[in-house]
Design a protein around this ligand. Structure first.
Ligand code: GDP
Length: 527
């Protein structure tokens, strides 16, 4: 068995993070670029159009076999020098769901990727809000600097004003967006000229240049950049590791993922500044050290949607100790043993057995029908991590079945899906016995209906409700809201929370404005 010093060293090598961004900001491009820089991929996919994404994934699958990296549907792992990078996927686009938020319970830091021309966008804000609540340190990468966009200082202002994080740029661009010449490394005080490689599919060409040379070559751009740097220095926008780790400041980098510009800097910053896995708080109120006996928790469940081969994969983040395939671990909720013979790394449709893992790593446990989201697994010392929070739903639908003979199965199915966190189940006085399903993304409804039909043999109908925002209220709030129209208070079955649901945020604000004492916690009201 590995000594606890060995485990501590393995944990210290790891960086487990996710990219938070709005669709099209460049997350996939950045993911490839990071992997490219880690010299895992010889060439980033030359074309980054939507249609080619699959091609990239399958490239990775081939790569997986050749070079021993793993793309799981939940995490990509690669080595960069002596560091092991775990990049957890935050599904966006049509796949945006409660899982996307839950991934953020399994990371130690996040990279907030902004499109230079668009700044902070709605999905980024929502994901950032989860980071804020969990005090996850955030590194900001301003992407697409190779094409026209916003002013760099204006972007810094936007970050500070809208999300309250103080930006502390580590690099600063020379040349406005669209005229990218390179960056000044603020800590080193050096200028690095950056050029995309011919075709842009290989590492950027970087070259350190003296100030005098840069001033001569870049004239007005150089002057502007140095003036801006003086302004930044005056406002104290310097990196402070403690402030970053306590999630009050965000280091900022500039670049263009598509041309691999600034990507090396980002990787280096992840290695240098992003926190490694650390002791994790337990429900007992103590923190479990990374070098204690093995423990982990499930942050994502994936039911196989293939009828012929139905199983369930639980994605577990290792929190402490060394995970070894074949270990018999204890399931904290039931106290029952769980055999990990089928521990795997899962990539697309392919799977590969994984033999060991350390804190920060993600393991896919196949045949995990006994496990649910938030469950803790451990060996030797009993431990339980806090349950994962529920996130405010934005989609609501009454679920019903016409098949009266299937009523028991229907109820059991709804309970099961609620327990697994596939959807949230709500009850409303106005609707009597009818259950309302609530979700962060509509895909959750598809999974729920599919599973009710295939696993429980119940065909269901969903009647979508015209609501799109929910806020937590209390009993007094419920009484107040009885006097208002266009709002409904529902009880979330899972935790008994009272959710006030509104057709849109303006309605919520109007009602909140009329009742100063009304409790409405709408943590994701980012509009
Ligand atoms: P995702 O939806 O966040 O995963 O975004 P993608 O990685 O698919 O990128 C969306 C589009 O932006 C694609 O057409 C990319 O080629 C393009 N893109 C990504 N990064 C950059 C960049 O740094 N510069 C430019 N000009 N385009 C980029």
């Amino acid at each position: 068995m590995l000594s606890s010093a060995g485990v501590a060293a393995q944990a210290a090598r790891r960086r487990t993070f996710a990219v938070i961004s709005h669709p099209d900001a460049g997350k996939s491009t950045m993911t490839e670029a990071l992997a490219l820089h880690a010299r895992v991929i010889g060439q980033a996919g030359a074309v980054h159009g939507k249609g080619d994404r699959r091609g990239v994934v399958s490239d990775w699958m081939a790569m997986e076999q050749q070079r021993g990296i793993s793309v799981t549907s939940a995490a990509l792992q690669f080595s960069y020098g002596d560091t092991v990078i775990n990049l957890l996927d935050t599904p966006g686009h049509a796949d945006f769901s409660e899982d996307t938020y839950r991934v953020l319970t399994a990371v130690d830091s996040a990279v907030m990727l902004l499109d230079a021309a668009k700044g902070l966008e709605p999905q980024t804000l929502k994901l950032f809000e989860v980071c804020r609540q969990r005090r996850i340190p955030v590194i900001t990468f301003i992407n697409k600097w190779d094409r026209p966009g916003n002013d760099a200082l204006a972007l810094m202002d936007e970050i500070e004003q809208r999300i309250g994080l103080k930006p502390t740029p580590l690099t600063w661009p020379v040349g406005i967006a669209g005229q990218f010449k390179g960056v000044i490394d603020r800590r080193e005080g050096t200028f690095i000229r950056m050029q995309r490689s011919p075709g842009g599919a290989d590492l950027a060409i970087e070259e350190e240049m003296s100030d005098a040379e840069a001033a001569e070559q870049y004239g007005a751009d150089w002057e502007t950049a140095t003036e801006e740097l003086e302004l930044l220095a005056m406002t104290g926008a310097d990196h402070d590791q403690a402030a970053f780790l306590s999630a009050t400041t965000t280091p900022v980098l500039f670049g263009a993922a598509v041309a691999n510009l600034g990507v090396r800097q980002l990787l280096n910053i992840l290695v240098e500044l992003a926190p490694p896995p650390e002791a994790r708080p337990t429900v007992a109120g103590t923190d479990k050290p990374v070098d204690s006996a093995f423990s982990g928790f499930v942050f994502k469940m994936q039911a196989n949607m293939n009828r012929t081969h139905r199983d369930q994969v639980a994605f577990m983040r290792v929190c402490s100790g060394r995970f070894e395939r074949g270990m018999i671990v204890t399931h904290s909720g039931t106290g029952r043993p769980f055999a990990t013979k089928y521990a795997q790394q899962i990539f697309g449709q392919g799977r590969e057995t994984i033999d060991e893992a350390f804190p920060g790593d993600v393991v896919g446990l196949v045949n995990a029908t006994a496990l649910g989201i938030g469950d803790t697994l451990y060996v030797s010392e009993q431990v339980q991590y806090p349950p994962l929070p529920s996130f405010p739903p934005e989609h609501f639908a009454v679920v019903r079945t016409d098949d009266t003979s299937a009523f028991k199965r229907f109820r059991r199915g709804i309970e099961q899906l609620d327990g697994e966190g596939v959807v949230q189940v709500l009850k409303s006085e106005q609707r009597g016995d009818l259950a309302v399903l609530a979700a962060v993304g509509p895909m959750q409804f598809e999974v729920a209906t599919y599973r009710l039909e295939t696993e429980f043999g119940v065909k269901v109908k969903l009647d979508h409700l015209p609501y799109e925002i929910a806020a937590i209220t209390d009993a007094a709030g419920k009484e107040i809201l009885r006097t208002e129209s266009n709002v409904e208070v529902m009880t979330r079955v899972r935790d008994g929370a009272l959710l006030a649901v509104f057709p849109h945020r303006w309605r919520m604000r109007t009602i909140a404005g009329r009742h100063p004492d009304l409790r409405l916690d709408a943590p994701m009201d980012t509009g």
